[in-house]
Ligand binder design. Structure first.
Ligand code: GP9
Ligand code: MN
Length: 704
C-alpha cells in the first residue's frame, strides 16, 4: 500500500520523468548543498532554543552562525568522493550522525547545562549523571523535529523519489570542497582566538568551545583530549605513586602541637577572594582604606595572617587555586587540571576527607556550574552540594550580575538561605567573582574613588575590591548575629593576581615607585591568606608559603593528620616549614633568595644577585630548583596518571562515590529539607525552623 502511495506521489510530482542531469538541485551537488543548509539550520536554531552559549557582540554572533558550516562541509563532503546511490547515502548518513550528536547534546544540556563529553560517555554511571534514568523525564516531543529532514530524505532515497545522478563528481572538486571546509574552520578558529585567547589551551568551559568553534569541533577536541588523558592514565602504575610518595615522605615535617586540632569540629568557611592581591591590605586611595573590613579582619587578634604568601596558579587561574586549596596538588603547566582531569580522576580532597569527619560540604558560586568543569570536578572532590548560578533566583535579572556572575553582595546575601540549612559541622566554600578583570562596576555600586594611574584596566581594580570588601563585611555581620561566626573557622585567600604584568607602569604608580623590576613583580604575586577562629592565637606570620600549603595547614588545625597523604604543600604553622614557594613556571622564592624570570634577588633586600660571583646562591639555587622541578613534575604525574586511584590504603578508609552526588536544584533542595529532620543540626533546625535570612542586611542598591 505504501508503495502504491509513494507511486502516486511520484506520478503527481512527475519526478520520475525528470532528467536528473538537467536539474542542478537533483545532482549530487544539489543534494549535498541541501543537506548542508539543513544541518546548518537545525544546529543554528538549537544554539538559540536549547543551549545558552552566552554569545554577545557581533564577532561572537558571527562565529555562532559560521561555526556549524566547516565541519558540515567536511563531513557531508565525504559523500562527494563516491558515486551513485552510495554517494547520496553517505551525504545523508553524515547528516544523520551530526543530528544524533546534536540531539544527544540537546537532552544532556537541558539537564546538566553542559555538553556531552567522551569522558562522561565512557565512564557511564561512575560520574553520577544517571543519564539513562533522567532521559525520559526531560525529553520533549518537539526535540524529534531535528530528525524530520533526515526521515523525509530517507524515504525519498529509499523509494527512489529523489533522482540519483549517476555522474561522478570530479575528484578535484570533492577535494576542493574538503579544502573549503578546512579553510573555513581555520578562519573561524583565527577569529575565535583573537576574541578569546587560549581558548583550547586553557580550556575554560565547554560552552566556550561550542560558542566559538561549534558542536562538532567540540566533539573532535573532546575526543582528542580524552584519548590523551586515557593514554597517560594507562601508562601509569602503582609504582609511580610509590616514587611520588617517597619524595613526599622525604620532605614530610611534623605539625605544630600548639595549633594541632585547635579548631577541631568547627564549621569551616573558605572564602575565595577573587583576584585579590596582598598589596590591597591596608592600601589607601585619597586617604581612604580600600578594604576596611578585610583590614580589620587581617589585624584581628584571632586572625593568623600571612604576609609572605604567594599565589602559585598557572593558566587554570581560579581552578588552579582551587586544585591547590582542596588537594595540595599544583595545576598543570597548560590548561586547567579541573577541566581536563576533574571528571574522571580519583582525588583525596578536603570535602571528601572532612566528610569522613562528619562534615557536610558545599561550594557556592554565582557563575554557571560548567565553568572550569566544576559541575563534574566537585563530585570527584566529594562535595555534597554545589550551589551555582541557577540556585540564585536573582542571577537572571538584568544588572544583578557582572562579568562572570552574580554581584558579590547579592551572591552572599542569597547564599545565606542555603548556609542556614546545612547540617553542622559544615565545610562551605564561597567563591566571589565581582573583583574580576576587567573590574567594571555600575555607577551605583562603584562608590570608591578609582586610582589615577592612567591605565584604564587597572584603575577600576580598587573599586571592585572595595565592593568585595563591603560584601564580605555584610556577610560577617550576618554570621555574627546568627552565632555562626563564633563556631566557625575562616580561611580567606586571594586566588591570583588581579593586575597582570602587562601593566608595569601602572603597577609602579600603585606601589609609589618609578619603575618595577622582576623582584617587585615577584612580590606582586603575594595574595592574602588568613585563618580566623575564636580563641585562635592570631598575629602577622612572616612564614613564606603559598596556596599549595593551605590544605595541610587547615587539616592540622582541624586535627586531621596528613601522614600518608599525597600532598605537595606543608603546614605553614610547623616550625620546620621549608619555606620554599614554587611557582607554576618553575620560578621560586625562599626567605633568602628569589628567582623570577631568570633573575636572582636577595629576598630580604631586593638586591639583584649574580650567580657567577655568588657560590652560596649557586649551591642553594641548584638545590631549590631541583626541589621545585621535582615537586611540579611529580604533582603533574599524580594528575595526568590518575595516581591516587592506586592509593588503596587511604581509599579503604573513605571512598568518594561520584554517582551519589546530585547537583540538580530540585534534588538538592529536597535533600536539604530531609536533613532538617534526619540530622537537625543546621542553623535553621536549631532555630526551630525559623529562617535567619531576614537578619542579613545589605546595602546592595539592586535589592532596595
Ligand atoms: C569563573 C570564575 C573566574 O567561574 O571563577 O575564573 P578566573 O577567570 O579567575 O580563572
Ligand atoms: Mn580567579
Amino acid at each position: 500500500m505504501l508503495r502504491n502511495f509513494m507511486g502516486t506521489i511520484k506520478q503527481r510530482l512527475n519526478w520520475s520523468t525528470v532528467k536528473a542531469s538537467k536539474h542542478w538541485w537533483s545532482s549530487l551537488t544539489g543534494f549535498f548543498v541541501l543537506n548542508l543548509i539543513l544541518v546548518w539550520l537545525k544546529t543554528y536554531l538549537n544554539y538559540f532554543f536549547n543551549f545558552s552559549l552566552g554569545a554577545s557582540g557581533p564577532i561572537q554572533l558571527f562565529l555562532l552562525a559560521l561555526n556549524p558550516i566547516p565541519t558540515a562541509i567536511i563531513l557531508l563532503g565525504i559523500g562527494l568522493y563516491f558515486r551513485g546511490r552510495l554517494a547520496y547515502f553517505l551525504v545523508w548518513l553524515f547528516n544523520l550522525i551530526q543530528t544524533i550528536w546534536l540531539f544527544a547534546n540537546m537532552l544532556y544540556y537541558r539537564e546538566f547545562s553542559d555538553f556531552l563529553s567522551f569522558g562522561i560517555l565512557g565512564s557511564g554511571s561512575s560520574t553520577g549523571n544517571n543519564l539513562g534514568k533522567s532521559i525520559a523525564a526531560i525529553i520533549r516531543p518537539t526535540d524529534f523535529l531535528v530528525y524530520v529532514d533526515v526521515i523525509i530524505l530517507a524515504v525519498f532515497l529509499l523509494f527512489k523519489l529523489w533522482p540519483i545522478d549517476k555522474k561522478k563528481i570530479l575528484k578535484r572538486y570533492a577535494f576542493l570542497t574538503t579544502c573549503l571546509g578546512v579553510a573555513l574552520m581555520l578562519v573561524d578558529f583565527g577569529i575565535a582566538s583573537v576574541d578569546r585567547s587560549g581558548l583550547l589551551t586553557r580550556s575554560f568551559d565547554n560552552n566556550y568551545i561550542v560558542k566559538y568553534l561549534g558542536l562538532n569541533e567540540y566533539a573532535a577536541f573532546n575526543a582528542f583530549q580524552t584519548k590523551k588523558q586515557s593514554d597517560s592514565r594507562k601508562e601509569a602504575t602503582a609504582s609511580d605513586l610509590k616514587t611520588v610518595q617517597n619524595f613526599i615522605n622525604q620532605n614530610n615535617i611534623p605539625a605544630n602541637a600548639s595549633y594541632y586540632g585547635s579548631q577541631k569540629g568547627k564549621n569551616v568557611f573558605v572564602i575565595h577572594l577573587e583576584s585579590f592581591q596582598q598589596f590591597l591590605i591596608d592600601y589607601k586611595v585619597d586617604g581612604q582604606e580600600v578594604t576596611p573590613n578585610l583590614n580589620a579582619f587581617y589585624h584581628d587578634q584571632n586572625t593568623l595572617s600571612f604576609d609572605n604568601f604567594y599565589n602559585q596558579v598557572g593558566q587554570g587561574k581560579t581552578s588552579d587555586a582551587e586544585m591547590m586549596q582542596e588537594n595540595s596538588l599544583y595545576g598543570l603547566a597548560t590548561g586547567s587540571a579541573m577541566t581536563k582531569y576533574g571528571t574522571a580522576n580519583t582525588f583525596e580532597s578536603m570535602p571528601g576527607i572532612l566528610g569522613q569527619q562528619g562534615y557536610t560540604s558545599a561550594a557556592f558560586h554565582g557563575d554557571v556550574s560548567t565553568f572550569w568543569n566544576r559541575n563534574n570536578t566537585y563530585k570527584s572532590f566529594g562535595y555534597n552540594y554545589f550551589f551555582s548560578k541557577n540556585y540564585y533566583p536573582n542571577a537572571d535579572k538584568a544588572n544583578y550580575s557582572v562579568g562572570y556572575g552574580l554581584k558579590d553582595k547579592i551572591f552572599l546575601k542569597d547564599t545565606a538561605q542555603y548556609i542556614e540549612q546545612l547540617p553542622q559541622p559544615f565545610y562551605a566554600k564561597l567563591i566571589t567573582v565581582t573583583n574580576h578583570y576587567p573590574y567594571t562596576l555600575d555607577k551605583e555600586n562603584a562608590t570608591f574613588p578609582a586610582t589615577q594611574t592612567g591605565d584604564s584596566t587597572v584603575d577600576g581594580y580598587v573599586q571592585t575590591a572595595h565592593y568585595l570588601d563591603q560584601a564580605f563585611g555584610e556577610l560577617m555581620a550576618y554570621l555574627k548575629k546568627t552565632g555562626l561566626y563564633d563556631n566557625s573557622t575562616f580561611i580567606l585567600y586571594g586566588d591570583h593576581y588581579g593586575i597582570s604584568e602587562n601593566h608595569q607602569p601602572a603597577i609602579a604608580k600603585l606601589l609609589g615607585k618609578d619603575s618595577v623590576d622582576n623582584y617587585d613583580l615577584a612580590n606582586f604575586q603575594k595574595v592574602p591568606f588568613m585563618i580566623h577562629g575564636t580563641g585562635l592565637q592570631g598575629g602577622i606570620n612572616h612564614t613564606y608559603g603559598g596556596e599549595i600549603d593551605m590544605m595541610p595547614t587547615l587539616l592540622h588545625l582541624l586535627g586531621v593528620s596528613t601522614d600518608g597523604m599525597t600532598i605537595f604543600g606543608h603546614d605553614l604553622l610547623s616550625q620546620q616549614n621549608p619555606q620554599t614557594v614554587v611557582f607554576r613556571n618553575g620560578d621560586w622564592v625562599t626567605p633568602t633568595y628569589t628567582k623570577y624570570r631568570n633573575d636572582y634577588y636577595d629576598t630580604q633586600t631586593g638586591q639583584k644577585l649574580s650567580m657567577k660571583s655568588n657560590p652560596a646562591l649557586k649551591a642553594t639555587a641548584a638545590r631549590v630548583q631541583a626541589y621545585a622541578d621535582k615537586s611540579l613534575s611529580y604533582s603533574d604525574k599524580v594528575i595526568t596518571g590518575d595516581l591516587l586511584r592506586f592509593d588503596k590504603s587511604r581509599l579503604n578508609s573513605y571512598t568518594v562515590n561520584k554517582s551519589s552526588y546530585d547537583y540538580q536544584k530540585a534534588s538538592a533542595l529536597k535533600q536539604l529539607k530531609q536533613n532538617q529532620k534526619s540530622n537537625p543540626t543546621s542553623l535553621l533546625a536549631k532555630n526551630n525552623g525559623q529562617s535567619t535570612v531576614n537578619e542579613y542586611e545589605t546595602d546592595a542598591p539592586e535589592l532596595k
